[in-house]
Design a protein around this ligand. Structure first.
Ligand code: GLU
Length: 451
């Protein structure tokens, strides 16, 4: 049953400074599954405040990848179109005395932190900027310094009931006041994110647990801007098979790499939708199934293990049960001959859909099988006693007759025939391949011809 629409609204907010990788796809997926299950809205926010590192090509790639995975979005916008709105919010904070100018260089800040650490103290910013008089600021600016701007934390405890992590408390007195605007006037992600979440009426912020501390500060910014604080769900990060953090290679494993490897979008969604949950990690054919099974209560606190080998396995399992209608067009694009009968015959032997091309050659294209010298006369004999037309019963009648005539049985009976006809030691059931090959091809290949 389709849930009735409600006001649930989530956002996926990638920065277009790189390709969509497995970690962000998991975050996107949890957001998408939750919104879809609840009949809410999933919006795509492009966090491109960093104009130097953001590119249109990455943005287009992210959109293409999400569409390929099947995650559609309702609304989308770019933060780079909204600088005026962030400026208004920043001015509001300045007026409230919550955004203050600081003039330290990054080297000076580094030095301060080192000194504090050496004294055994936490490296928290000392709020020098907050105490500056207008004259002192003027002097610093006359020296050529431009200010960066920090948000003044309350020093109280920010707390929330996290949907995944339970009750959370961040002692803001243990944090440095976060920089919201850099010296060059550009925005860090912290303030624009809150402004947009308020404007878009986001009800649930769902993101990785590396943002937990940010959330403490952002809750205070929500409050300072008079916004409604959304619900939070921080999901555990992905780790590798060994339980350690994702290697650089795995962490940056991008959707276009996986697509190039020939992986099915639903294999990726099945794995990323299930790891780190109490459900078994199994192939699912549709996102609708994942939606049906989604529940925050299934997401544990332990890190989610991402294993590429498991992805391959799920991909193969998925293909093994994929109906012809779902792959018909792709097979055609790949130049694979053969219709439903062919697909149902070979699908159980595929790891990637591209493997179907090899089987299409075996069945429909001229090819020479493999005949070992010791099996040559046996194969000729087999060709001679075969008569067409071939159907699904031919194989057993034929091999029974061969068995009686030659005394061969088991592997020494079947394997030379399979090798001669398909060139491979393993593959689909021979009784079904035989009629697809037809008598002429079967006899030709048994005689060692390329046919
Ligand atoms: N652009 C931020 C990121 O990719 C968004 C974080 C958030 O969801 O608030 O980390």
């Amino acid at each position: 049953m389709k849930p009735t629409p409600n006001n649930i609204k989530v956002r996926f907010a990638p920065s277009p400074t790189g390709k969509l990788h497995v970690g962000n796809v998991r975050t996107a997926l949890v957001n998408w599954l939750f919104a879809t299950k609840e009949g809410g809205e999933f919006i795509l926010r492009i966090d491109d405040t960093d104009l130097d590192r953001s590119t249109k090509a990455y943005e287009d790639g992210i959109k293409r990848d999400l569409s390929w995975l099947g995650m559609n979005w309702g609304q989308t916008f770019n933060q780079s179109d909204r600088f005026g709105i962030y400026d208004d919010a920043a001015n509001h904070l300045r007026k409230s005395g919550l955004l203050y100018a600081c003039y330290e260089t990054s080297e000076e800040l580094d030095r301060q932190r080192k000194i504090l650490r050496a004294q055994g103290k936490p490296p928290i910013y000392d709020r020098t900027g907050l105490a500056l008089t207008p004259e002192e600021k003027a002097t610093l600016e006359a020296e050529g310094r431009t200010p960066h701007w920090r948000f003044k934390l309350s020093g109280k405890i920010a707390s929330w009931d996290d949907i995944v992590r339970g009750q959370q408390s961040i002692d803001t007195s243990s944090l440095s006041d976060p920089v919201l605007i850099r010296g060059d006037g550009s925005y860090l992600y912290t303030l624009p994110s809150v402004v947009d979440d308020i404007d878009a009426r986001i009800t649930h912020i769902i993101r990785g647990e590396d943002h937990v501390t940010n959330s403490g500060a952002q809750i205070e910014i929500f409050e300072a801007l008079g916004g409604q604080v959304p619900n939070f769900a921080h999901t555990p990060l992905l780790v590798g098979r060994d339980g350690k953090g994702l290697s650089k290679r795995l962490g940056s494993l991008s959707m276009d790499q996986l697509r190039d490897q020939g992986l099915e979008p639903m294999a990726i969604c099945s794995l990323l939708g299930k790891i780190g949950t109490s459900d078994p990690v199994e192939a699912r054919r549709t996102l609708a199934q994942l939606v049906e099974e989604f529940s925050f209560s299934k997401i544990g606190r332990a890190p989610a293990r991402f294993d590429e080998a498991e992805l391959d396995l799920i991909n193969a399992r998925l293909l093994h049960e994929t109906p012809y209608a779902d792959v018909k067009d792709r097979l055609k694009e790949m130049g694979v001959s053969g219709g439903e009968e062919f697909w149902l015959l070979v699908r159980a032997n595929l790891n990637k859909i591209g493997d179907a091309a090899g089987w299409s050659t075996v069945v429909y294209a001229p090819m020479a099988g493999q005949i070992a010298a010791k099996d040559a006369s046996f194969c000729s004999q087999a060709a001679d006693i075969l008569s067409g037309p071939l159907d699904n019963n031919t194989w057993s009648a034929w091999t029974n007759a061969l068995k009686a005539e030659t005394g061969r049985k088991g592997k020494s009976l079947f394997l030379p025939l399979r090798m001669a006809l398909t060139g491979r030691a393993r593959g689909p059931e021979m009784d079904k391949i035989l009629p697809l090959l037809g008598a002429e091809r079967v006899q030709g290949r048994l005689h060692g011809k390329t046919i």
